[in-house]
Design a protein around this ligand. Sequence first.
Ligand code: GLN
Length: 479
Amino acid sequence: MAAVSELIELTAAQAVERIRSREIDQRALFDAYRERAAGDELNAFTWVAERAPAPGPDADAPLAGVPVAVKDLFCTEGVPSQAGSRILEGYRPPYTATVVARLSEAGAPLLGKTNQDEFAMGSSNENSAFGPVRNPWDRSRVPGGSSGGSAAAVAAGLAPWAIGTDTGGSVRQPAALCGVVGLKPTYGACSRYGMIAFASSLDQAGPLTRDVTDAALLLRHMVGHDRRDCTSVQFPGEIELPRSEHLRGIKLGVPEELMDDAEAGIEQGVRTSFEGTLALAEELGASVERCRLPHARHALSAYYLIAPAEASANLARFDGVRYGLRVDGDAELVAMYSHTRAAGFGAEVKRRIMLGTYALSSGYYDAYYVTAQKVRTKIAEDFRAAFERFDFIATPTSPWTAFELGTKTADPLAMYLNDFCTVPMPLAGIPAISIPSGLSEGLPVGFQLTGPAFSESRLLDAAYALERRIGFDGSAARR
Ligand code: GLN
């Protein structure tokens, strides 16, 4: 029987292979991870399964019983699902999100629920009712957000793989800060049914994994049409497992607007790693050229109007009547609503509700919300034009590596700048992947590739070729 340390060193795809060939036992794998997750010192988990499911999934199932950690905002039947918020205290949904149900049908049982920024609003995981998550590379630093628990759990080897959600970067940015792979799929590829909504026109589920092959394998079993989400679509073809060893014929565009803008303030260490990765891409046969995304520098402003606007509508349902927390209003209904919302929502969520309500209010609607929507269209057009010349767009994922806990919480604008390179893609509905490109002063740096809608298989293939060439070693975080 393999020792726990050996089990933990397997990627999820390797674990699937070994379970199917009966070299290792799926229960032993589940128990090894369950124990590690239960002993989590990073605050990455908000709930951990008590035992392996009995009977376990069929060892011949596509995912062979390799368990998955799931961000708290996916509804899981009978299991706490709070989206990192106090207002959903005690909530156990009566149903399971489609994506989680699909993974479990493919043979990946639930290992646990992971910590996150409240309702996925944040870039550092410090906006959680459960307290912040720590970065396994340096525990005084943030893991990124909002899917910080999922990223930290995978990086630290507390879970073989995980899922998160990405509205403006919440899968890719924590993946970058924790040294794992994160992919945001094309809008509509994954059903949003059972995902507690933040900004419905942007939200997508995505995998967080140790390597690109694991991301492809997990994503393959997440996508697909779901009649319960009217924005979901049938993914054309299957997500293919990557195998490319070169990038010959691939044209990469590097957008001036996301690299040069002073506001983005891309750290020197991130720039150096990014440029090093572009050089490796060229060695693998890719061509690299500057390109233009003229409206990309306005993506952040548009995002921080559209996302809060949608959030202000989505979060109206949390009123103390239907779910979770209720704070008494001295027999007065409206007082009960307002006491519940005052006590249940954290500061950032309240800020977004106010911002969003303001942007949608009459008199300001055209000036803010409608303008932001026009900018959104322009950004999608910029990408469309760029993809006529380029296969993929390359940028750093985050302008910085993981920062110290507490250093940006007092300044929301500084926090929002994290998302400079990750918000344009969800606004355009297109897929993007972040892979670790190396370390800067001992902290992981993320490299982001963006492709046209439904280009996931090609994107994964290119990321895979780069990943092999980069040879990133994440084992230091898995102690
Ligand atoms: N950091 C961004 C925000 O706070 C993105 C969050 C997300 O993708 N869910 O809105």
